[in-house]
Design a protein around this ligand. Structure first.
Ligand code: BGC
Length: 815
């Protein structure tokens, strides 16, 4: 529908109806207005998949490789493919509006949502984000670029003030938002924090000024959840929709502000028009053009597996004997030790609102055992336990007391204890964000847990709130789990406090009953029930792993972080692998020179053992098919052709920007663009693995580079490369601009474009790459315009920010 037709619909709404439309009806939807043919619009997180409107294992969603992994493909085609799959699943779930991508940058490696963002580089982020948006929206589903802007930290994210100078804002942090608007994004989310003293939901210069007026954004500016604090100020600043609802600062207060003349009705009309445009684009308005007939393809899992394997990065692959240890030929080994906490329990995703409930998670242990085949003896040893919470109950050992079938019985009870509704669940981690039967005052969970071994068993509840816990015949316990002072409101979800109880049990079953109180006015509950059976001591686990490594032909150690280490809601405090994992890798590498390390993490960790082991594969948070993808990458069934989208320092202290904690409420982006590889280069600090690094499984020679400037000022390059190895492979050719003249505060080098090619052994390929002129322009603060300086530019073709191969020069005429 065109704007004229939308305006006719708008004209049929009263002020009250219009204002009511601009706040969510609940956590995940916007109201329907049947009179004008507007249907209820469903909204869903997020960058790891499409969770839908419930947090429930009965409504599973495809779990994708995490966004940093998608960026590591350096392949817009693969990212678009992931976006299109997500869009298809959104359509199947009836979701019109998807809350991704997260295009904030990796300013500090400690950033809690690092795993959820693409890169430390604005150009790579921009290319990847635009491809993602294009993919999602090709299915007729709205993409939301978030969090606009300056949301690079989680500590005190609701209140901190990011101070970003005009050049850095334009040349760095706005670049991805500009790209997604150019790609036609239908929504942008305003962040929690302030920028230059004004909270983002009220930031008129940034929302109306830059986003809408300058970049030409015609979609909906939605608030981050609970981020809006005012009526008139936020409405006048250009914010269009407040989420979630039904309560919120707009509603009647906004209608009253219009009545008092504080907000013009035309301002409200513009917001409603934008929302109707989104409804039209996503097919939620009668009379909208039909959407493409899209549905989740049957091979979706195979596609996720393929994308995840391609995204993995070979950090190191030295000779172990005659040849590099990777790829591993299953026929060359007869006994393999699979070691490490993440071998059986893959961290498939990070924590927070991006979380989705996948249908399954394939563990590396399962997939590798399958890939190695029946002729290979596999010995598994966990080595180290890294989970803070006890394990969740699983339907393997928990049965519903009412039916005797697998699962946990959940009853919703009123204040008198009467049951208002009941269901059986296959998890013991519960998240209810609304959607409870009316009048629910408590949620009761009952289950019979099978006890295999006699001894001291631990049980626990985690979450926030008041609980009553009964274990077997023991007296009921009252437990209150209170929020940690100063913690983010998402604590109950992402890092809940836990209360443990130890009981001595004989083999058999034990009845567990837990009741959590619910506030009728805020029907929200998040809690978990956990059980730890008696097991070996930490030292025994560790020694068993080293012994398994010693007895094997090859040891594969799978280490990593957890969704409690990398999560929304808080920043990391260091870059160390949790628990004794560093010791474990070092001990295993000493016990077996043929040790392969797989790191399962979304953001950099220190790897003090990296020179002790011949092979290191970086696997990211690879999603539900992650185990298979790791097996494919290790055996070479798929080339792990990823390149790092962010710098991996030797130690955290080497990072150009580390602190994420505001000082007096402020985070000053004083480094300008000198973070990530630009910062390391400026300080002359060699990282452990540089931005852009990734070995793949073949070798490349760079033979020639040519460059020419077009009439429009774009630079067209052609880079000739030769595959000098023995396997077919994909090369990512990275083009960096060498430091401009010294009288400007310039980056020592900066990525301006990239391209890739596939080539067989000994094959020569020429990679065409275009640098759009705007990437070479700089922001002139005095004149408030973009300018290209006239003169010579030095361009570098490289395999990483540290691995320069060829140089060329071009002469720019300037503008
Ligand atoms: C996050 C957003 C998310 C929203 C809805 C917020 O806490 O910052 O990224 O989309 O919640 O879950």
């Amino acid at each position: 529908m065109d704007d004229k037709a939308l305006a006719v619909l708008l004209g049929r709404l009263t002020l009250e109806q219009k204002v009511a439309l601009l706040t969510g009806e609940d956590f995940w939807s916007l109201r329907a207005v049947p009179e004008i043919g507007l249907r209820k619009i469903l909204v869903s997180d997020g960058p790891a998949g499409v969770r839908g409107t419930t947090w429930d294992e009965r409504d599973p969603s495809l779990l994708f490789p995490n966004p940093t992994a998608l960026a590591a493909t350096w392949d817009p085609g693969q990212v678009r493919r992931a976006g299109a799959l997500m869009g298809a699943q959104a359509r199947d779930k009836g979701v019109a509006w998807h809350l991704a991508p997260n295009v904030n940058l990796h300013r500090s490696p400690l950033g809690g949502r690092h795993f959820e963002c693409y890169s430390e580089d604005p150009v790579l982020t921009a290319v990847v984000a635009a491809a993602f948006v294009d993919g999602v929206q090709s299915a007729g589903v709205a993409s939301t670029a978030k969090h606009y802007i300056g949301n690079e930290s989680e500590t005190d994210r609701m209140t901190y003030d990011a101070e970003i100078d005009a050049e850095t804002l334009r040349e760095v942090y706005l670049v991805p938002f500009d790209a997604v608007v150019r790609a036609g994004a239908w929504s942008v989310m305003a962040a929690y924090n302030s920028v230059d003293g004004v909270t983002m939901t009220e930031n008129e210069p940034l929302i109306t000024g830059i986003l809408k007026d300058t970049l030409g954004f015609d979609g909906v500016a939605v608030s981050d959840w609970f981020a809006t604090r005012s009526a008139a100020a936020s409405a006048n600043a250009g914010l269009d929709v407040v989420m979630p609802g039904p309560q919120g600062p707009w509603g009647e207060a906004l209608a009253a502000a219009v009545g008092k003349g504080e907000v013009a009705e035309t301002v409200i009309d513009d917001k409603v028009l934008r929302l109707l445009r989104l409804a039209d684009r996503t097919g939620f308005l009668d009379g909208a053009d039909p959407l493409p007939p899209v549905t989740t393809p049957d091979d979706a899992a195979a596609q996720l597996r393929d994308i995840a394997a391609r995204a993995m990065v070979v950090l190191r692959n030295e000779n172990a004997g005659e040849e590099p240890l990777l790829p591993l030929n299953p026929h060359s080994v007869s006994r393999v030790a699979i070691i490490g906490p993440n071998a059986e329990r893959l961290t498939a995703q990070g924590g927070g609102s991006a979380h989705v409930n996948p249908p399954h998670i394939i563990s590396p242990l399962t997939a590798l055992t399958e890939a190695l085949g029946p002729m290979v003896t596999v010995e598994h040893a966990e080595g180290v336990v890294t989970q803070r919470l006890l394990p969740l109950l699983t339907p393997r050992t928990a049965t519903d007391p009412d039916t005797g079938h697998a699962g946990l019985r959940v009853d919703f009870i009123d204040p008198a204890g009467d049951v208002l509704g009941s269901e059986v669940r296959q998890t013991s981690r519960f998240v209810f964000l609304g959607g409870l039967p009316a009048g629910t005052a408590g949620i009761r969970v009952r289950t019979d847990v099978a006890v295999a071994d006699p001894g001291n068993h631990q049980f626990s509840v985690s979450g926030l709130g008041s609980f009553r816990l009964v274990i077997g015949d023991n007296a009921p316990m009252k437990i209150t789990l209170s929020p940690t002072e100063g913690a983010d409101p998402t604590e109950g979800l992402v890092k809940p406090p836990e209360h443990r109880v130890e009981v001595e049990l004989d083999p058999g079953t034990v009845r567990i009953e837990a009741v959590v109180q619910v506030d009728e006015n805020l029907p929200v509950a998040m809690f978990g029930l956990h059980h730890g059976a008696p097991g070996p001591e930490a030292d025994e686990l560790f020694e068993a792993a080293v012994a398994a490594a010693r007895a094997a032909d090859v040891a594969i150690v799978i280490v990593g972080t957890t969704d409690e280490v990398e999560s929304e809601g808080f920043d990391r405090t260091d870059l160390k692998l949790p628990g004794r994992q560093d010791d474990l890798v070092a001990a295993v590498a000493q016990a077996n020179p043929r040790t392969i390390v797989v790191v399962n993490a979304g953001a950099p960790v220190e790897m003090p053992w990296r020179a002790l082991t011949p092979a290191v594969l970086w696997a990211w948070f690879p999603g539900q098919e992650g185990g298979y993808a790791i097996a494919d990458a290790l055996t070479g069934a798929v080339e792990p052709g990823g390149r790092l989208p962010t710098t991996f320092p030797k130690t955290a202290a080497d990072a150009p920007v580390l602190a994420t904690r505001p000082v007096d409420g402020k985070i000053v982006y004083a480094e300008g663009s000198m973070f990530g590889y630009r910062g390391y280069a400026k300080a002359d600090i060699v990282p452990a693995f540089p931005f852009g690094h990734g070995l793949g499984y073949t070798t490349w020679e760079y033979e020639d580079i040519t460059a020419a400037v077009t009439a429009a000022g774009d630079v067209e390059l052609a880079v000739r490369v030769r595959n000098t190895g023995a396997r077919i492979g994909r090369e990512v050719v990275q083009i960096y601009l060498a430091g401009e003249d010294a009288d400007q505060a310039c980056d020592p080098r900066r990525l301006v474009a990239f391209g890739s090619t596939l080539a067989a052994p000994n094959e020569i390929a020429t990679v065409p790459i275009t640098i759009p002129v705007r990437v070479l322009a700089r922001w002139d603060r005095e004149l408030g315009v973009w300018r290209v300086r006239a003169g010579v530019r030095e361009l570098i073709a490289a395999r990483s920010a540290w691995d320069e191969r060829l140089r060329t020069r071009v002469e720019m005429t300037g503008s």
